[in-house]
Design a protein around this ligand. Sequence first.
Ligand code: B12
Ligand code: SF4
Length: 607
Amino acid sequence: MPADPTHSPPAARIPSGKVPALGDVLANRAFRVVLIKPSHYDQDGYVIQWWRSTLPSNSLASVYGLIKECAQNRVLGPGVDIEVEACDECNTIVDVKGAAKRIRAAGAGMVGLIGVQSNQYPRALDLGRQFRALGLPVVMGGFHVSGCIAMLPNSPSYLQEALDLGIHLFAGEAEGRMAEVLRDVAAGNAKPIYKFLNDLPEMAAAVFPILPRNVVTRVVGHYSSFDAGRGCPFQCSFCTIINVQGRKSRYRTPDDVEAIVRANAAQGITKFFITDDNFARNRNWEPILDRLIQLHEVEKFRIRLLLQVDTLCHRIPNFIEKAAHAGCTAVFIGLENINPESLMGTKKRQNKIWEYRDMLLAWRAQKVMTYAGYILGFPTDTPESIARDIEIIKKELPVDILEFFYLTPLPGSEDHKNLFMRGVPMDPDMNNYDLEHACTAHPLMSKEAWTQVYADAWKRYYTDEHVETIMRRAAVSGISGRKIADSLMIFSGAARIEGVHPLQFGFLRRKLRKQRRHGMPVLNPLLFYTWRFADFLNVTSQWLRLIWRYRRIMARVKADPASRTHFDEALSPHTGAGEIDHFVEVFADKIPHTHGAPVRAPAAVAG
Ligand code: B12
Ligand code: SF4
C-alpha cells in the first residue's frame, strides 16, 4: 500500500505534467465521465460479450444516477458541465481510443470502471491499463475492491496491480460520496483508495439507479433494474454481500420506487430486475409492493418484475400474492442444496428443506416461474450424492429452472477469509471466480471430478424427458409456455453450448481478435478468422438443433389433452400436518432439531 493514502501516486495524474487547478482550467468547459461495466474473459482469453445481453447491470445504473445528480448540482462549479456516458461491456464493444477522444474533446474527465466483481477484475485492469497509457484518470469500484478491503488484512496486495497502474479504488457505497471523488479527480489529487465501508448510506431518499433508453435496449426484453433495498439478515459463509452492505435492512421509500418506475416509464421502460439479494427481507417490502400494485393494476403501467427471494418467503403473509399482483413473473431463489448437512456447514440455517415444496407451489399458484440456484461442492458432496440429489429434485420439487454453481470462496466472503488466513491454496487467477470454476481443493473430489460433476449436472437436469415434464407442469399451472420454453433453452444451452453460465449469457456471441487478455498473443487474422468461423458454425448448429428439439417437445405438450390435467409427485401439496416428502425422509437424520423441523420417526430414516 502506498505510504500516504491521501496523495495520488504520480501515475494517477494526467501525465501532461500539468495538474489542472479545479475551477481555473475547468471554467466554462466540460468534464466527461465514461462509465464502463467490464465483462470478463472466456477460457480462450476473449471478452465475453454479445450483441444483446440478457440481464441489466444495476451497478451501472446506480453510478450513472449518481453522476447525473452531480451534473445537476454542478458539483464542479457553476461553469462546468458534467457529461456522462455509460456502457455495459457484456453488450457493447468498448472503444478505448474513441472514449479517450471524447474526454479530451470535453476538456477533462475520467473513466469509471463500475461494479467490478472479482471475476471481472483482470478485464477491468486491462481496460484501466489502456486508459492509463492514454493519460486518463481511472477510478474502479465494486464488490472486488469492497470485499477485499472489508475482509482481508493487507487486502491491497490483491489490489496492488491496480494501484501500481495509478487506478484509484473506491470501497463502499457511493451515495453521497460521488461529488468528492469527481472534485478530487478534476483537481488532480484523487486518493489512491477511498474507503467508506464503515459508514453505509441510508437509502430513504437516496439517488436512484437509472440508465438512458439506448443503454437499456441493449438488454433483451428491455429490462432495467433498481435495488429497493440493501443488506440481508442471514449469515451464509459463502456470501460477500453481508460483509459489504451489512446485515441491517436499508430500504427505499414507496415514493422513491414510484419515482423510479415513472422515470423509466417516461422512456418506455417498465420491466425491472429488482436486485435486492433477498427482497423478502426488505423490511419495507409491503408498502413498496402496494405502490407497485397501484401503478400496475390501477394506473395500468405494464410492469414486469424479476425478484430474488429466500426459501422462507412463503411464510410471510401476502408476500407472494402481492408480488404477483405487482407484476412479478419470475423469482430467483437461493435453494442452494437439499442436504441439511451441507446447508448447516455454510450457515444457511434458514433453508428448511421440508418447506421447499410448499414454497415452490405457492409461487406456482400465482403463475410465477421459479429459478433456483444450486451449489455443487459442499464438503460432503460426492459425484454420487450430487447425481442422487438432482434426480430427487426432478421428481419431488416443482422448480422450473435449476442453475448450478461451484461453491466458491469469493473475495469478501467469510469462506475466503478463513482459507486466506489459514494459508490454504486458492486459485490466484481472479478471472476464475465466476462460480464456474473450482477455485480451491475439495475434501472428497479431485478438481477433475468436481469439474465433471458440474458439466454433468446441467446434462442430468436438462434431459429432454425432464424438459417435457417442466413444460407439462407449466401448462397445468398456467405459466406462459413461451417464457418457459425460452428459459429452458437458455439455461440448458448456455453452459453446454457456449461454455458460459446462463447469468452471463446473451444473444449472438462476439469475439474480437484484438480484445484478448493481456499477455495472451493476438492471433494472425487468417488463423483467427478460420478458427472463429468454425467455432461459429459449431455453436450455431448446436443451438439450432436444441431449438428444434424444444419446439417439438412444446408442440407435443400443447397438442396432448393430458397436459391440462398433468399431475405428479412434485405438484402434490402436503395434505396433513406432519406429512413429509420422501427426500426429507432420506435426509431425516441430518436435519437439526430446530423449531418446526419434522419430528423423526426412527423407522422412516432411510440411507
Ligand atoms: C444484480 C447482480 C448481478 C446482475 C447484474 C450485475 C450488476 N453488478 O449489476 C447479474 C445477474 C448479471 C449478475 C451476475 C453475476 N454475479 Co452478481 N450480483 C448482483 C447483485 C445482486 C446486485 C448488484 C448491485 O446492483 N448492487 C447494488 C450496487 C449499488 O452496489 P455495487 O455494485 O457495489 O455499487 C456501488 C459501489 O460499489 C460503488 N461503485 C461501484 N462501482 C463504482 C465505480 C466508481 C467509479 C465509483 C466511484 C463507485 C463505484 O457505488 C455503487 C453505488 O453505491 C450483487 C450483490 C449486491 N448486493 O451487490 C451480486 C454480485 C455483485 N454478483 C456476484 C457474482 C459472483 C456474480 C456472477 C459472477 C456469478 C453468478 N453466477 O451469480 C455472475 C456473472 C457476472 C458476469 N460476469 O457477468 C457477486 C460478486 C462477488 C465478488 N467478490 O466478485 C455478488 C456480490 C453476489 C455474491 N454472490 O456475493 N449479478
Ligand atoms: S441469504 Fe443470500 S444475501 Fe443473505 S446472507 Fe445468504 S447468500 Fe447472502
